[in-house]
Design a protein around this ligand. Sequence first.
Ligand code: SF4
Length: 197
Amino acid sequence: MKHLSTKTHWQELAFISTIAIFGLGIIHISFALIGILCYISPLILYLKYKDKTWCQKYCPRASFLNKTLGKMSLHLKRPKWLNLKEVKDFFVIYMGINLFFALMSTMGVAFGRIESMPYVRLFMAFRAPIDLPQLLVLNLPEALIHYSYRVFSMLLSSVLIGVVLGFLYAPRTWCTICPVNTLSVPKHLKQNSGKRA
Ligand code: SF4
C-alpha cells in the first residue's frame, strides 16, 4: 500500500519467505516451524521500539499480499465492518485461542493423552481437502509433527483470509484486522488504526 513511506529493500523481498515456508512445508512439515518467527518477531520488535517496525519493514505476509495481489485486486469499496473494534478484537481472540489450542494439543500428544493430527486444519475447524505430500522422510517426535501442522494451519488460514480480502478490496486489507496491527497500536491511536493499516 502506498501509505508506507518506509518501504525497504527487505520488504520488497520478504514475500519470498512466505512462499518458502509453504513450499518447505510440502517437503517436510517441520519446516513450518520457521513460521513461528512471524509470531515472535513482531512481539520482540514491538517490545523494543514500541512502534510498528515489523509491519512497516519486515512482514513477509504483507509483502506477499502486495506482490501477488498488487495488480489483481478489484479495489472494491471497503466495507465498514472491517474497521469495527469488535471485528478486530475477534481476530485477536481467534489468534489467542488458536495459539493456546496448538500448544495444549501438542502437550496432549507429547503426554499420550490425545492422538496427533498430522494434517492441515483450516480456521481450526476444517480439515484441508488436500494432504501435504511430504517429500522428505524424517523420524521426528509425533508432538513436533503435530505442532508443525498446527503452525502451518494457522499461517495458511490467515493468508487465505488475507488473499480473499486483498483480492476484493486492496492487497493489504488484512492488515486492518490483523491481530499484530490491533495489538501493536498505542492505545490512544487504536480508534484510527483501521484507516492506517
Ligand atoms: S498488520 Fe499483520 S499482516 Fe499487516 S504488516 Fe502488520 S503483521 Fe503483517
